[in-house]
Design a protein around this ligand. Structure first.
Ligand SMILES: NC(=O)C1=CN([C@@H]2O[C@H](COP(=O)(O)OP(=O)(O)OC[C@H]3O[C@@H](n4cnc5c(N)ncnc54)[C@H](OP(=O)(O)O)[C@@H]3O)[C@@H](O)[C@H]2O)C=CC1
Ligand SMILES: O=C(O)[C@@H]1CCC=N1
Length: 264
């Protein structure tokens, strides 16, 4: 039995991925705060909505997907009910395995995961790290759960906040870029729908080339950039506006925010 505690946006996305991967609705229980949210999930997926205590008692694997700010109270609520040896997977930004272990006690195996919303289309990037009482077996189990919904990478826990900033939040940066490029299309007199189509297909095409060609992004960009042409005119402006420096600062800020979330 798999329990998803805090089935919000990320918890629901992970749950739908597990179901697409062949886990039966009867093998999943979920918890939420608001009963109307629970009703929606039960109707949409046929899973059972239970209390946090019940979920902790019945599940072999617990996936904790509440907001970082809600993690301490959730752990305090479930700690009397988590039987020894259960795998606890924490999906919250900033929350360390040591924080989860200290609240659950009893040498519980904890794996920290940072995934991202493309889990909804089986294209997630999930990075995983083992806590003090988790080893290869627990990492392998976590990989088994997450690999049907995308790519899984093992990283040292010391890199988790950086990964959260890069790939956890990453999709948001691309959506933001798309918004900005569509606005540029509007500025140039393009209908919004056509501009969105052009930008979306460009980002999809570029992403697939990047993933499947094995080429370095600089090589791929150079292939688009003709001497004295249109692309270099745009790139000169991006450089003049320090867009690269803005990305470095932005992702560093996201990493720092992740560290702050851990402090509660
Ligand atoms: N969104 C994203 O792109 C990503 C998010 N994450 C991480 O995933 C976690 C969840 O984020 P997200 O899904 O966006 O947030 P949401 O607010 O959508 O989901 C959190 C869910 O937790 C429920 N909840 C809160 N407290 C409790 C409790 N005590 N018991 C049971 N359920 C509870 C809420 O219930 P209710 O709806 O009833 O209030 C809500 O459904 C965060 O820790 C975040 O860092 C990680 C990677 C990407
Ligand atoms: O913005 C956040 O805090 C969460 C973590 C990664 C993506 N969304």
């Amino acid at each position: 039995m798999i329990a998803i505690l805090g089935a919000g946006k990320m918890g629901e996305a992970l749950m739908s991925g597990l179901l697409r991967a062949g886990v039966k609705p009867s093998e999943i229980v979920a918890t939420v705060r608001r009963s109307e949210r629970g009703q929606v999930l039960a109707e949409r997926y046929g899973v059972r909505i239970v209390s946090n205590a019940e979920a902790a008692k019945v599940a072999d694997t617990l996936i904790l997907a509440v907001k970082p700010q809600d993690m301490a109270s959730l752990l305090d609520e479930i700690s009397p009910y988590v039987p020894a040896g259960r795998l606890v997977i924490s999906a919250a930004a900033g929350i360390t395995t040591a924080f989860v272990e200290s609240r659950l006690g009893d040498e519980v195996p904890v794996v920290r995961v940072m995934s991202n919303t493309p889990v909804l289309v089986d294209e997630a990037m999930s990075v995983i790290s083992a806590g003090a009482h988790a080893g290869d077996e627990e990492l392998r189990l976590t990989e088994e759960l997450l690999s049907p919904v995308g790519k899984v990478l093992r990283i040292p826990e010391s890199q988790q906040d950086a990964a959260t900033a890069l790939s956890g939040s990453g999709p948001a940066y691309f959506f933001y870029l798309v918004e900005a490029m569509v606005d540029a299309g509007i500025l140039l007199g393009m209908p919004r729908a056509a501009a969105l189509d052009m930008v979306t297909q460009s980002i999809v095409g570029a992403a697939i080339m990047l993933r499947d060609s094995g080429e370095h992004p600089v090589i791929l960009r150079e292939a688009v950039t003709s001497p004295g042409g249109t692309t270099i005119a745009a790139i000169a402006e991006l450089e003049r506006h320090s867009v690269r420096a803005a990305f470095l600062a932005a992702i560093e800020a996201a990493r720092d925010r992740g560290r702050e979330l851990a402090k509660g």
